[in-house]
Design a protein around this ligand. Structure first.
Ligand code: AHR
Length: 498
């Protein structure tokens, strides 16, 4: 029997405005993300600054609002000064986080130029692994001071007369992880984050700061880490970070239930933030920055065999399947459902490294996960409505009870539009979806985009995009009632004109 799902929405029951920064991404000096990804001066696709134009086009189509940079694990050993000034004088370093050679031919100013061309904004991470307060103040002065000081004058000398005005800063990266260069206890990190944040704000009170939460939900110190760190720096920071990657261990239904795990993770971290808020009798509510999320498992075996100390190796390069794209869609839906707390999120990463975009010497192409990201970023604007999903459920090994349907409705009153994003996780059967929209008089379906395949393992390759969306869904509104058939294993975007 065909499964049925009912969505209930009411335009008066809103979660919150979507913060566009929830569609952020990430570029780390890792593998071929920077070199051969966004920057490749000797490529036929390079512009006059060495940026790959084919990549810029694919990035611009997503409308990426922010890009986190330069790491990741890389930032915890990075000297940002290595990447500024004349390229011929920049040092070549042994980069310890990923055990590769870093030429520093791409650095802070190149990144800022690239951001402009990609129509995006920086989310800058500072090194709190090997470095500390002084270097954080230096880079902030270099970037945001107008002039008349040592670092701002140096920026001018480097050809950047106007300050970069970087608003959003990450206080280190995954500082709880034993793999992190200079990793710390929660007390050590909390103190450092607090003092660094305070000093940075003395220089520029307009900036926003992200403190490191746990590296993932499985960290043994999870929850205690968040509580202790925030005990120290609650007043100084604006966001707490969450990171989580999802792996398919051979059970597709379980893998697709990963959105239940993300949902619980967000709720837990929000609860810990509120616990510290209560303890401190604070009036401030801390928001969340889910600044690393994605699917990551395909590349592990290959990476274990990589020889160290090469430059820009094929490292952390996952080739994504159609099944991976379904989970990416469900994760985006989950982030939207929590848009009252999650104000920043970054799909990690953007190009070549666990990325929606891949490059070779002969071109650039879209992986399967590109499309849910593209749709959410292009159509998921406005306010998220509380979206009640009444549908059959299944038992998943890792996450317990999971719904067969993930869905969310986003109302864009300014554009007189509403978009419903939905993933049918049933691998065997289509699902009939209905939703009472009589409240939205005259509402009509503009298009129902569907991405589906009989082959959950199908991948996109250069010159062969097997998986791509098609606007051939049957969603329709009759008498104020929306009905649609969501094919088995499908990503759906139902666009409605109000
Ligand atoms: O995104 C790849 C890596 O994953 C990042 O460098 C690190 O922060 C995380 O562990």
């Amino acid at each position: 029997m065909v499964k049925r799902a009912v969505l209930t929405v009411d335009k008066r029951f809103v979660v919150d405005q979507v913060d566009r920064r929830v569609y952020g991404s990430f570029i780390e000096h890792l593998g071929r993300a920077v070199y051969e990804g966004i920057y490749q001066p000797d490529s036929p696709f390079a512009d006059e600054q060495g940026f790959r134009k084919d990549v810029l086009d694919l990035v611009k189509a997503i409308h990426v609002p922010i890009v986190r940079y330069p790491g990741g694990n890389f930032v915890s050993g990075y000297k940002w000064e290595d990447g500024i000034g004349p390229k011929e004088s920049r040092p070549i370093r042994a980069e310890a986080a990923w055990r590769v050679i870093e030429t520093n031919q791409f650095g802070l100013n190149e990144f800022m130029d690239w951001c402009k061309k990609a129509h995006t904004n920086p989310m800058m991470a500072i090194n709190l692994g090997t470095r500390g307060i002084e270097e954080a103040m230096d880079i902030l002065e270099y970037c945001n001071f107008t002039g008349g000081t040592y670092w701002s004058n140096l920026r001018k000398k480097h050809g950047y007369n106007d300050p970069h005005q970087i608003k959003l800063w990450c206080l280190g990266n995954e500082m709880d992880g034993a793999w992190q260069i200079g990793h710390k206890t929660a007390d050590e990190y909390g103190r450092l984050a607090s003092e660094t944040g305070r000093a940075m704000r003395q220089l520029d009170p307009s900036i926003e700061l992200v403190a490191c939460g746990s590296s993932n939900l499985d960290m043994p110190t999870f929850a205690q880490w968040e509580a202790t760190v925030l005990d120290h720096c609650y007043d100084e920071v604006d966001y707490l970070s969450l990171h989580q990657y999802y792996a398919n261990k051979g059970d597709m239904a379980d893998f697709l239930a990963g959105s239940v795990g993300m949902d619980a993770f967000i709720q837990s971290v929000a609860t810990i933030c509120d616990y510290v808020k209560a303890k401190k009798r604070s009036k401030k509510t801390l928001h969340l920055s889910f600044d690393e999320w994605n699917v990551w498992y395909h590349s592990h075996e290959n990476d274990n065999k990589l020889a160290p100390w090469t430059q820009a190796p094929h490292q952390v390069e996952d080739t994504y399947t159609f099944g991976d794209a379904l989970l990416a869609g469900s994760l985006l839906i989950t982030l939207l459902r929590h848009c009252d707390r999650v104000k920043v999120a970054c799909m990690a990463q953007l190009v070549n490294v666990i990325a929606p975009i891949m490059t070779s010497g002969t071109g650039a192409w879209r992986q399967t996960i590109y499309y849910p990201y593209l749709h959410a970023s292009n159509y998921g604007h406005g306010t998220v409505l509380h979206t009640l999903v009444d549908c059959p459920k299944y038992d998943s090994q890792t996450y317990g009870e999971a719904p067969y349907l993930d869905a969310v409705a986003v109302l864009n009153e300014a554009a007189c539009e509403m978009t419903i994003f939905a993933v049918n996780k049933d691998l065997m059967e289509a699902m009939e979806l209905t939703c009472d929209l009589r409240q939205f008089e005259g509402a009509q379906v503009v298009e129902h985009i569907v991405m589906t395949s009989d082959d959950l393992e199908a991948v996109n390759e250069e010159g062969c995009e097997r998986i791509c969306p098609v606007p051939n869904g049957d969603a329709a509104i009759d008498g104020g009632k929306l009905s649609a058939v969501l094919p088995k294993a499908s990503w759906n975007v139902i666009r409605i004109k109000l």
